[in-house]
Design a protein around this ligand. Structure first.
Ligand code: ZN
Length: 115
């Protein structure tokens, strides 16, 4: 399945391919504030439709995750990082995808605050 995603104003838009088996709700300091529901995919599965520099990067703590957000509308559509094996990953905020029935996606609660 191919999904289209974007920030609110459309300055950051992308397509992402894969099956959304579940989403992660994390209670760490940033995820809780954003309220994002995260879906992890290989970074190659995410294809930007707008220039990469249309989004800004926010990093904190260990700077291992690039939290991408739109400087126009402030929405955080995805983040980038690497998994424990070193593979480049994207964490897509499925609230920013079109045509996803959010109520039908099983949500796993992740205690990121305790890490
Ligand atoms: Zn925007």
């Amino acid at each position: 399945m191919k999904y289209r995603g974007s920030c609110h104003c459309g300055a950051v838009a992308f397509e992402v391919e894969g099956e959304i088996a579940s989403a992660l709700a994390c209670n760490c300091s940033i995820c809780q504030r954003k309220g994002s529901l995260l879906w992890f995919v290989p970074r190659e599965a995410l294809h930007l439709l707008t220039p990469e520099d249309a989004s800004r990067v926010y990093e904190f703590n260990t700077h291992r995750i690039k939290h991408r957000f739109c400087p126009q509308c402030g929405i955080h559509p995805y983040a980038e990082g690497t998994d424990p094996k070193g593979n480049r990953m994207a964490a897509v905020n499925i609230r920013c995808l079109e045509e996803v029935d959010l109520a039908a996606v099983p949500v796993t609660h992740y205690d990121g605050r305790s890490i």
